[in-house]
Design a protein around this ligand. Structure first.
Ligand code: ATP
Ligand code: MG
Length: 636
């Protein structure tokens, strides 16, 4: 038996040990028992991190959509696969069953095929969070085309760069999109982008907002009439285990986004397995991940992981603040959501608002909460735990990356005791190591270092699209025979992991290495503080000193800034030590963030160092106006 579902801590350890003792055997059992294969593999794993080359389930044949759709038809045809919740609360929710989803994907796949799209072709998908987005990517997977989803909040330049980088010849977009009160002219953004995308031959347009758009003759095609005429059945193209499934760009927090290439079989096995365990998914649960499908979290934990388990996955089109700050909780109550998975940035934003927005709703259906994307600070963790989970729903603080495809470190809810700010333990099959600057592994507990992974796991990215050399240099050149994550972490006395921030952001002060997360965590404990980011700047005596950018809560705004500065530094001194006190504190209206909601410290570092002539790649920057404001008020 494959231990597909872990139910208590002892079992976790038992399974974990087994997975490390014989990883091939461990994953082979899971793959055999829980998935549908056209042909089984010849070899479970071959790998060489020096090239780097990794192959899982080599020789196997399958189609991931048969695993996500067809095989459920016998037992779950009338079960809701996708529960669509529109932006406007007055518009009806849609319950799309497995049978309907299967049919819609088949029609869409037939359209793509009849329009000349083949296995291996790259298709850019630039759609809002509407069912067609999930249908489009599954339709690509059905015929073996490689989808490259670009978050529909990106600008035309960012979209064009990704289309060109990925050599896409086709794009699937919509006339417009709804986000809160706004209607966005997506089609015009696409038109502008396509002016610099000579490779694009066809653009399929989904109707969502019914706004007037310009349709370019010979290039733009309305999708609906084609779907109406297409056959509702489509034979799935048989894929090799290692055929690419999709390309997806990283968030660009630390530099130019990387187009990660993910392949089929290993990705499927790992996302399904991790979904089942991290969310303790059971047959009748209503699972909701608030991410956009444009990020890896959405790919793995809105679409592939849940559907591979036959789950009901909620897809939300809107934003947490519309029509008011209670929207998330209203949806939880309405659909009796059992698992709720969101990002620390959303939690911090909602925690700033009146608690009555939460208290108004019945959240008793919730069993498991999750967070992902950034370190969650202690105050936000408690707010989430107390007000949303009512101290009854374990919080899975899940650490992973676009590159890792699936969650690598997380508590198993109801098994692993949780501690705020700790992602806790690696999932089965994930072999972590902490390394020092000299390339030596730091063994034992109560240590801190660079987080690396020693052994391949099924859902790891296999390359950067079009730039295998960059893939090698970024992840495999720092430490011999290891995958380097770029993040720092500490391992506490019991072996729990806490992510301390990006290694690039580590600040060395008087010879001490300081990670950003624990210091920001201390600052955020101050009742007047909503959010903070710290960076280093050169200092004559200490080598570096700390510069803090702090956004206050509404309640804190009237307070005397010098007093606040003193209190914040006192808090840091108490919690971490005098060494981590901030030399400069700038109060800001907001912090520069990526469009996925992560703080972009590299921009803040440049401002602190008074080196703003070139801010680097800012194509994923959400709020340029904030950068201007921060620059104008910088303390130099
Ligand atoms: P880029 O690689 O382009 O700089 P990015 O790293 O932000 O962008 P993603 O792959 O979306 O792109 O994000 C992965 C990173 O997010 C991780 O490396 C880590 O720094 C951070 N992260 C994700 N989840 C957590 C978590 N639970 N705790 C702490 N950090 C997290
Ligand atoms: Mg990254």
């Amino acid at each position: 038996m494959s231990n597909y579902h872990i139910k208590h801590l002892e079992e976790y350890w038992q399974v974990y040990r087994k997975s490390v003792r014989n990883p091939e055997n461990f994953w082979e059992e899971i793959a055999e028992e829980h998935f549908l294969w056209r042909k089984k593999w010849d070899k479970v794993l071959s790998w060489d991190f020096s090239k780097p080359e990794v192959k899982w389930f080599e020789g196997a044949k399958l189609n991931i959509t048969e695993n996500c759709l067809d095989r459920h038809l016998a037992t779950r045809a009338d079960k809701t696969a996708i529960l669509f919740e529109p932006n406007n609360p007055d518009e009806e929710s849609q319950h799309i069953t497995y049978r309907e989803l299967h049919e819609r994907v088949s029609r869409f796949a037939n359209v793509l095929k009849s329009q000349g799209i083949d296995k291996g072709d790259r298709v850019c998908v630039y759609l809002p969070m509407i069912p067609e987005l999930a249908v489009a990517i599954l339709a690509c997977a059905r015929i073996g085309a490689i989808h490259s989803v670009v978050f529909a909040g990106f600008s035309s330049t960012a979209l064009a760069t990704r289309i060109n980088d990925c050599d896409c010849e086709t794009i699937i977009c919509s006339d417009g999109s709804y986000r809160g009160k706004k209607t966005i002219d997506l089609k015009s953004i696409v038109d502008e982008a396509l002016e610099s995308c000579p490779g694009i031959k066809k653009s399929f347009v989904v109707k969502r907002t019914h706004t007037d758009v310009v349709m370019k003759e010979g290039r733009d095609i309305w999708l609906q009439p084609l779907l109406d005429n297409a056959s509702p059945t489509c034979k799935a193209t048989v894929m090799d285990a290692e055929d690419p499934l999709f390309v997806l760009y990283t968030s660009g927090s630390t530099g130019k986004p990387k187009g990660m290439v993910h392949t089929t079989a290993g990705y499927m096995v790992y996302t399904a397995y991790s979904f089942k365990n991290v969310f303790q998914y059971r047959e009748n649960d209503i699972y909701w991940c608030t991410a956009d499908i444009g990020w890896i979290t959405g790919h793995s934990y809105i679409v592939y992981g849940p559907l591979a388990n036959g789950a009901t996955s909620v897809m939300f089109e809107g934003v947490p603040s519309y029509p008011d700050y209670g929207r998330f909780w209203e949806i939880v109550e309405k659909h009796k959501v059992t698992q709720f998975y969101t990002a620390p940035t959303a939690i911090r934003a909602l925690a700033k608002e009146n608690i009555s927005y939460v208290d108004k709703y019945d959240l008793s259906s919730l069993k498991v909460l999750g967070t992902v994307g950034e370190p969650i600070n202690e105050e936000a963790w408690h707010w989430y735990n107390d007000n949303v989970g009512k101290k009854n729903s374990p919080i899975a603080d899940t650490w992973f990356q676009t590159e890792t495809g699936g969650i690598m470190i997380s508590p198993i809810p109801y098994s692993t005791p949780t501690i705020p700010t700790y992602a806790t333990l690696p999932l089965p099959g994930i072999q972590l190591a902490l390394m020092d600057e000299n390339g030596k592994e730091i063994k034992g507990n109560q240590v801190e270092g660079r987080l690396t992974i020693k052994y391949p796991w099924p859902s790891m990215a296999r390359s950067i699209y079009g730039d295998h050399e960059r893939y090698k240099n970024t992840y495999f050149n720092s430490f011999e025979n290891m995958y380097f994550t770029g993040d720092g972490a500490l391992r506490d006395a019991v072996g729990y992991y806490r992510i301390t921030g990006r290694v690039d952001d580590v600040i060395i002060i008087s010879g001490h290495n300081l990670g950003t997360a624990p210091i920001e965590d201390a600052i955020n404990e101050h009742p007047a503080v909503a959010e903070s980011a710290i960076v280093g700047f050169p200092h004559d005596i200490k080598g570096n000193a700390l510069y803090g950018y702090i956004t206050l809560k509404e309640a804190g705004e009237g307070r005397d800034h010098d007093n606040l500065r003193k209190e914040i530094n006192q808090l840091i001194a108490d919690r971490i030590g005098a060494i981590a006190k901030l030399d400069k504190i700038q109060f800001t209206q907001g912090l520069p963030k990526t469009r996925s909601g992560k703080i972009m410290r590299r921009i803040l570092r440049k401002i602190a160092c008074n080196d703003t002539s070139n801010l680097g790649d800012i194509s994923t920057l959400l709020n340029p106006e904030v950068v201007k404001d921060v620059m104008a008020k910088a303390i130099i």
